[in-house]
Structure formats: C-alpha cells, structure tokens
Design a protein around this ligand. Structure first.
Ligand code: GLN
Length: 254
C-alpha cells in the first residue's frame, strides 16, 4: 500500500483568515506530486473525531468572535488533544488557534477566553493591532531558513521560559512586538502568527510538516525533490515586499 497522510482540519469554517485554507492546498499538492495520498478531514464544532486517526492537525486563525464560537467545543477536546500531542501528533496552528493552544487569550473586549494550556504561553490584546508582512529566521533547519507571512493580530503573546520560539523576527512584530520572537515550537506542535497563506511561499515548512506527519505514523518520510522555482520566486517577492513595507500599528477597532 502507498503512503497516506490524514490531516484533521479543525473548524475550517470558523478559523480561516487571510488565506489559511491555502495551507491545505499546498500540503495536498506537495503530497500528490510525490505520489503520497493525502486526506483532509474537516472537523466542525460538535463532530466526533478520533485524533488517533490524525497524522497532522491544522487550525487556522480567527477573529476574537470566531475564537469565542469554538472555544467551548475545543475545551471538550482538551484531554484528547493533550494526550495525542504529548504522544507526538504534529500540529500546525495559525494566529487565533495558536493563541488557543496557550493558557488564555484576553480579547479586545476584555473577555478572557480559556485556552487548552498545552503551550506555556498567554496572550492579551493590546490597544493597537500588529499588522504587516513579517520575515523571521527559523531554526527548524541548520542553517536557519527564512519564513515570510502576513500578520494581523491584537493579541500579544508571551511564552514561558521553556518554550522555544519558531523564529527570530527580522521584520514585523511577531509574538508581541517587543521580544523579537515569533511563534512557538513544542514537541511536534508549531504555532505561529503568520498567515498568508504561509505554506505555498515557504515550501520548506510545508515539507517539514509532511515529513513529521509521515514519521509520526511510522511511514517512510523520504520526500523527492520538487521543482520549486515558482514557490521560491513567490518567497523572495514576499520577503522583498515585507522589507519595503512600512510597519504600522493599526487601531483595534475593526
Ligand atoms: N483574534 C486574534 C487577535 O486579533 C487573532 C487574529 C487572527 O487570527 N489573525 O489577536
């Protein structure tokens, strides 16, 4: 039997901002081009799901109101998710869902939304949104590689001392606009503020996730080379835009 990856896409209708769904397209294409089967299982609030079937969990970003819509359902899945994440399930979580993997998010309204407490971090909305194209240097590879994406968040995230950042901010705001850190990595969980979609223009991160998903299921994780000329052009164009972008803090009144 050929190789197969099952991706659970948690709350695709509620958590999907700034092209997050494109991450699924990038993973699907890059798997298919290598003859790897890839199935995306959408999971809506209330759906029964056995995370044991899941080789990679993806969650996109969401406005404060969207986070509130899913927070209670997510909480019911806390024990299951904690168990599977501790066992090494790869997770890729963007912005609003990255915040929900932490201890809490205090929204712009002042309402405190409880998180899963799986990542040792908390997030509090500031009075300005952190908006722009961001570039980070990411240590998932040696030597480090750049990742470029779009961020737009009110939340400022502060990580505990034991939590590794995904990268160091070269341009943009990252977790909180002050400590130059972006995202977090814990076991096989990657949390980030970068939308955009992120994966089509950072194909090395897409492949990293495919490898993690294959390894987690004990499958051969060799990935053949693809012709990434277009993706690399897109990456460089986005980095150029980010570097020439005048970063601003916007109003949180959206
Ligand atoms: N609602 C969150 C914030 O503004 C997340 C936004 C997002 O996912 N882009 O901080």
């Amino acid at each position: 039997m050929g190789r197969q990856i099952n991706i659970c896409h948690l709350y695709p209708d509620q958590l999907n901002l700034y092209g997050d769904r494109g991450n699924m397209l990038a993973l699907s294409c890059r798997a298919r081009w290598r003859g790897i089967g890839l199935r995306i299982i959408p999971v809506e609030p209330g759906d029964q799901i056995n995370f044991e079937q899941c080789d990679l969990l993806f969650m996109g970003g969401g406005q404060d109101s969207d986070q509130l819509l899913v927070a209670a359902d997510l909480k019911k899945r806390q024990a299951d998710l904690r168990r599977t994440i501790e066992a090494g399930m790869p997770v890729f979580a963007v912005c609003g869902s990255y915040q929900l993997l932490g201890n809490y998010y205090t929204a712009v309204s002042g309402e405190k939304i409880g998180g899963l407490g799986i990542l040792d971090l908390y997030t509090e909305a500031g009075d300005k949104r952190l908006i722009g194209n961001a570039v980070i240097s990411c240590g998932l590879w040696q030597p480090a590689r750049t990742l470029v994406g779009f961020e737009n968040h009110a939340g400022k995230t502060y990580c505990g001392p034991g939590l590794q950042p995904l990268g160091t901010v070269l341009k943009g705001f990252g977790n909180n606009g002050s400590d130059q850190k972006e995202g977090a990595v814990y076991k096989n969980v990657i949390g980030t503020y970068l939308h955009g979609s992120l994966l089509p223009k950072n194909p090395w991160l897409a492949d990293h996730l495919l490898v993690k998903a294959l390894e987690y299921r004990g499958q051969d994780s060799f990935l053949s080379e693809l012709d990434d000329t277009t993706e690399i052009k897109a990456h460089h164009a986005a980095v150029y835009l980010a570097r020439s972008w005048r970063h601003r803090m916007g109003s949180t009144r959206v």
